[in-house]
Design a protein around this ligand. Structure first.
Ligand SMILES: Nc1nc2c(ncn2[C@@H]2O[C@H](COP(=O)(O)OP(=O)(O)O)[C@@H](O)[C@H]2O)c(=O)[nH]1
Ligand SMILES: [Mg+2]
Ligand SMILES: [Zn+2]
Length: 302
C-alpha cells in the first residue's frame, strides 16, 4: 500500500496510510546507499510503498516515489551532503508580521527566491493584523500592493482574533503546505486557528533554545484531514539554495522574469546592460525598487 512519510527522525520512519493509521517502518536495505548526496534517504512528504511486517503497526518501505520537489539544507560538517527537509510540497507560505516581531523585506524576498528555486509556489500570510496601528495598516497596503503586483497572493490574518483564517484554511485543503517564518510570527497560533485539533509545538522550540539544545530536528508534518498536511518548519535560516546558479536568481523574481523577453540581451542580468526592460520597469513602476534592491542584495552575497 502507499503512504506518506510524516516523520523520519528517530530510528523508525513514520508512515501514514490513507485510512489515517500509522505504520512504523524501516527501509529495505538497498535504499541506504542509493541516494548518497543526502544524509537521509527518506524525508517527510515522501510518498512510499509499504509492506506490512508481522501484521501489526510495523512495516518495511519497499519503494520511494520520485519526488516532485524538495527543500534541502546542507548537513553540517559534510560539505557535499545535504539533508532533505521535506518533499512533495504543493505550496509554501511565509508567515509575516509587521509587529512583534517585524519581518524584514529582505527575509521575505529570500524566502520567495528559495521557494522559486525549488519550484514551489509561494504566498505570504501577514499575521497579527489585530495589532497593527493605522500607520502599519498603510504599510501593509503598500507591501501587499508590491507583492501582489509581483504575482504573489497575500493573506491578512489574525490567528488570535480569527480574521482571514477561513480563507487560508480553504487554500490548504488536500494540499501539502509548508509553513515558515520567524519564531514568534504566529505559525503555531495560526495552525491552531486553522485546525484546533492540531497540537503544534507551541513554545517548545524556544524552550529548547534556552536550554542551548540543537533545534536541527526541524520540520513536522501535521495532518489536516483528507489529503491535507501542514509542514511546520522552525525557520528558513536552515534552508538555503544549494548549488544555485547566480545567473538564475532573476528567474526567481516573477516580475523580472516576465520582462526578460523585452530586454535587449537574452541573458540580461538587469544590472548594467543597455536596453534592459527591468530598468525601464523601475522607472514606470512595473518593478518595485524594494524588490529590485533585494535582487541586487541576493545577487551580491550568493
Ligand atoms: N495579537 C496577536 N498575537 C498573536 C497572533 N498570532 C500569534 N500571536 C502571539 O505571538 C506569539 C508567538 O506565537 P506562536 O504561534 O508561538 O509563534 P511561532 O513561533 O511562529 O510558532 C504568541 O504569544 C501568540 O499568542 C495574532 O494574530 N495576534
Ligand atoms: Mg511555533
Ligand atoms: Zn534586463
Amino acid at each position: 500500500m502507499e503512504g506518506i512519510v510524516v516523520k523520519s527522525t528517530g530510528s523508525w520512519i513514520t508512515v501514514r496510510i490513507p485510512d489515517g493509521s500509522i505504520i512504523y517502518c524501516k527501509l529495505k536495505g538497498h535504499f541506504r546507499t542509493q541516494d548518497i548526496k543526502h544524509t537521509n534517504p527518506v524525508a517527510i512528504g515522501d510518498r512510499v510503498q509499504v509492506e506490512h511486517v508481522g501484521g501489526d503497526s510495523h512495516g518495511m518501505i519497499t519503494h520511494i516515489r520520485e519526488r516532485e520537489n524538495y527543500i534541502i539544507r546542507k548537513a553540517k560538517n559534510l560539505s557535499k551532503v545535504s539533508h532533505i527537509i521535506a518533499a512533495n510540497l504543493d505550496h509554501a507560505y511565509l508567515i509575516v508580521t509587521l509587529a512583534q516581531p517585524q519581518t524584514s523585506n529582505g527575509f521575505i524576498d529570500r524566502f520567495l527566491v528559495t521557494a522559486a528555486g525549488y519550484y514551489i509556489p509561494a504566498s505570504l500570510i501577514f499575521n497579527k493584523i489585530d495589532l497593527y496601528s493605522p500607520e502599519l495598516m498603510l504599510i501593509l497596503d503598500e507591501l501587499t500592493g508590491i507583492y501582489q503586483q509581483a504575482g504573489y497572493t497575500c493573506y491578512r490574518v489574525s490567528a488570535i482574533r480569527g480574521d482571514g483564517v477561513a480563507e487560508v484554511r480553504e487554500c490548504l485543503q488536500d494540499k501539502v503546505s509548508l509553513f515558515s517564518g520567524h519564531s514568534g510570527a504566529g505559525k503555531s497560533a495560526l495552525i491552531k486557528a486553522i485546525n484546533p485539533a492540531l497540537n503544534p509545538r507551541i513554545g517548545k522550540l524556544s524552550e529548547m533554545h534556552q536550554k542551548g539544545m540543537h533545534t536541527t530536528t526541524f520540520a513536522e508534518m501535521l495532518p489536516l484531514g483528507g489529503n491535507g498536511f501542514i509542514v511546520d518548519t522552525p525557520g528558513i535560516k536552515e534552508f538555503g539554495l544549494i548549488d544555485f546558479d547566480k545567473t538564475e536568481i532573476h528567474r526567481c523574481f516573477p516580475e523580472m522574469d516576465r520582462l526578460l523577453p523585452q530586454c535587449q540581451y537574452k541573458n540580461c542580468s538587469h544590472t548594467h546592460e543597455p536596453g534592459c526592460a527591468v530598468k525601464t520597469g523601475l522607472e514606470t513602476g512595473a518593478v518595485s525598487t524594494l524588490r529590485y534592491n533585494s535582487y541586487l542584495s541576493i545577487l551580491n552575497d550568493s
